[in-house]
Design a protein around this ligand. Structure first.
Ligand code: MG
Length: 192
């Protein structure tokens, strides 16, 4: 292929067929009820064995929340807090899989497909590694992304600051979307 031809192939219009999204969440961890206000510690849809859990309006699944926000961010849509306000009694103790499924559904209806999801969970304890595969399978099931394209990395915060002292869990997520349909009215409405 000539240089000119190659350049022409890569010459996207002003609406490229890719979108990147970033999601972030943090939840404070407190002793679980009845000792304190912490909820059972659910992360990526998996119940962790822990004496502390998130303080939250919904079930406090920081991993599901961050993936949800990454998907919504890639679509330039309102974030999870705007779509599912934490002062709405309908979301009290909500299963965060509902938020994740809604975001994945909006991706599809806007004409996009999720290429991959890459998450970093920063948590001092308990250890993430024994439960990572179950979390990947849950995210895969809720989003429709094959499990091979859902990745979770676990890190500690080296005992430094709130996360390192076990007082919070933090999650970062990157997602990539690929356009499956030519941009039309529906996609434009979703991206507006
Ligand atoms: Mg959250």
């Amino acid at each position: 292929m000539s240089q000119k031809g190659h350049a022409a192939t890569l010459s996207w219009s002003d609406d490229p067929p890719l979108r990147i999204g970033h999601g972030y969440d943090v939840h404070r961890l407190e002793p679980c009820a009845p000792a304190g206000p912490g909820r059972p510690f659910v992360l990526g849809g998996v119940l962790l064995e822990s004496a502390t859990g998130p303080v939250s309006h919904s079930d406090g699944d920081a991993l599901y929340h961050a993936v949800t926000d990454g998907l919504l961010g890639a679509l330039s849509m309102p974030d999870i807090g705007q779509l599912f306000p934490d002062d709405d009694p309908r979301h009290e103790s909500a299963d965060s899989a509902v938020f994740l499924r809604e975001a994945a559904s909006r991706v599809a209806s806007a004409g996009w497909q999720i290429a991959n999801i890459d998450a970093t969970v920063i948590l001092e304890r308990p250890k993430l590694s024994p439960r990572k595969e179950a979390m990947r399978e849950n995210i895969s099931r809720e989003t429709g992304v094959p499990v091979a394209r859902v990745n979770i990395k676990g890190k500690t915060h080296e005992r430094v600051d709130a996360v390192g002292e076990g007082r919070a869990v933090e999650v970062h997520v990157a997602v990539l979307l690929v356009r499956m349909a030519a941009p039309g009215r529906q996609a434009e409405q979703h991206l507006a």
